[in-house]
Design a protein around this ligand. Sequence first.
Ligand code: URA
Length: 291
Amino acid sequence: MHLWGLEGDWFPWTGCDITGPMSQDRPLNNAELLSVLDWYRAAGVDLAVLDEPVDRFAQKPPMPAAIPPRAAPAGAAPAAPPSLSGPVGGDPSEARQLAASAQSLDALRAALERYDGCGLKFRATQLVFADGNPDAKIMLIGEAPGAEEDRQGKPFVGRSGQLLDRMLGAIGLDRTSVYIVNTVPWRPPGNRTPTPEEMELCLPFLNRQVELVAPRLVMTLGGPAMQTVFKTTSGIIKMRGRWQDVTIGTHTVPALPTLHPAYLLRNPPAKQQAWRDLLSFRQRVDELGLA
Ligand code: URA
């Protein structure tokens, strides 16, 4: 994520001298710089917004509005200051209504662009809607965009996406034969797992995306996607490799949960299990004549 205002000339990632508000009297030493970096990383700040540093503290305050705001009625609470992080508690019924009204994938994308109910949107660079072939009858569902996906606006284009491409290639598939989405379409800060509330707010859009694509096979990648799609609290290690018919929105489809490529990168021996899942998936693809 990026945080407005962090790119001042005291921002350690720019490599500039640290003489700004973090250190009133002296530059920070190396240990202090490292702990600032750690703090940013823990808060999910891992992206410089601009190439050149901007000292926000040296900037003039914004011009006053041309039209002065109307005075609040006597006794009214003062207006809340605008929030940079966006609303935190959206209304799932608004998401359901918006999603249900979309009659095409383009309309659904436009609805998501308009939707401000999920706070993730305000921390992300852009919407990550889908990749692959919307006419494909095979759908892959991942968890959430990461840093590279957030930059490019496409799911699974970072390191785990490269592994996913190799996994698909190993069973004769590629992005022309599958359609790829995530349970949430905005990157959670610091790549954390989306909260249940964030997933609930985004679920109507995923449901509608599945209804509109109407896949004949689904594969979920990793625990959170599996739990969302299979509506279970069971763990991925127990569930992986087990086919089940699932109903996503109004669409019922056979689905196979497998391990997330990011997990396989961290734990290469688990590729053996993922390979078994992939072979099972390929067999169903052949049985249905899908690719
Ligand atoms: N991990 C996911 O689950 N989805 C992506 O798009 C990228 C990484």
